[in-house]
Ligand binder design. Structure first.
Ligand code: SF4
Length: 264
């Protein structure tokens, strides 16, 4: 635990200094700093996306003891499971897989239907809450900070992302070592280092989540246009990365537009 920092209040108050300290650091340097600062109580939440695979690559080389976990929502593409296996073999690591509570999933589906997410933003966020937010909370138990693969240019909701921020939902520092990487830098790194990635990326799936909530992106569309494509862009977060907004405080009270899906 971060005894020397005297708990989360001190961490919060140091956020601005840490942001300034890390802003010009490289991916490797941010990871090394994080390992040193949160020694033994750091975890990486991988969504198995291209960004996450780059971070896994660097962690495997520089900090193999850092826990890497992913969330199996129960609605993932088969390619995601194949990628877990391939990544574990390549780096000789274990990726911890967290699943949602079967009771919560059964109760939600009984009440709202199996594909409730198409009915409204509220129900979509309920599903993300049950299948992602709750397992994330379990995965983060005992952790002092977590790493994720967010980048600024992934979405309109992430344009003011910082390299380290306070995660109000989990009351922890959240580190985004790729915060200022461009799409081109990301893929140049993947190709140069032969980083394993999801083959769906080569079929137009730029950002990949659950199979029922992800479609391929059309030429000229935003990177995350294929995620919850029936919703307005400003609503396109599952709640894992809410940043102090209304939804972050209460993921089940969000009120947004209700738009019927028009699958293409
Ligand atoms: S992405 Fe879709 S299926 Fe996956 S948890 Fe969210 S709403 Fe549910």
């Amino acid at each position: 635990m971060v005894d020397d920092l005297n708990g989360s209040n001190q961490c919060k108050s140091q956020m601005h200094d840490w942001q300034a300290e890390l802003t010009d650091r490289s991916l490797r340097e941010v990871i090394e700093w994080s390992c040193q600062k949160f020694n033994g109580h750091l975890a990486f939440a991988s969504s198995l996306g291209a960004e996450d695979q780059v971070i896994t690559h660097v962690l495997a080389e520089t900090a193999p003891k850092v826990r890497i976990f992913t969330l199996d929502t129960g609605r993932l593409f088969p390619e995601a499971f194949e990628l877990i296996e391939r990544t574990e073999r390549r780096y000789k690591i274990k990726i911890e897989v967290y699943s949602p509570s079967s009771e919560e999933v059964e109760s939600m589906v009984r009440e709202h239907g199996i594909d409730l997410f198409y009915q409204s933003v509220e129900l979509r966020k309920l599903c993300c809450g049950v299948r992602k937010l709750q397992p994330l909370k379990r995965a983060l138990q005992g952790v002092d900070a977590w790493i994720c693969g967010l980048r600024r240019d992934q979405a309109v909701t992430r344009q003011d992302l910082k390299v380290i921020e306070w995660d109000f939902q989990n009351d922890l520092p959240k580190i985004s070592p790729l915060w200022n990487w461009t799409e081109k830098e990301l893929w140049d790194y993947i190709k140069a280092h032969y980083v394993p990635y999801n083959p769906l990326h080569d079929k137009g799936f730029l950002s990949i989540g659950c199979s029922c909530c992800t479609r391929a992106v059309l030429p000229g569309e935003d990177i995350r246009a294929g995620r919850w494509w029936w919703e307005n862009p400003e609503h396109k977060e599952c709640g894992l990365h809410s940043r102090g907004d209304q939804f972050a405080r209460d993921p089940f009270s969000f009120t947004g537009n209700t738009i019927k899906p028009s699958q293409s």
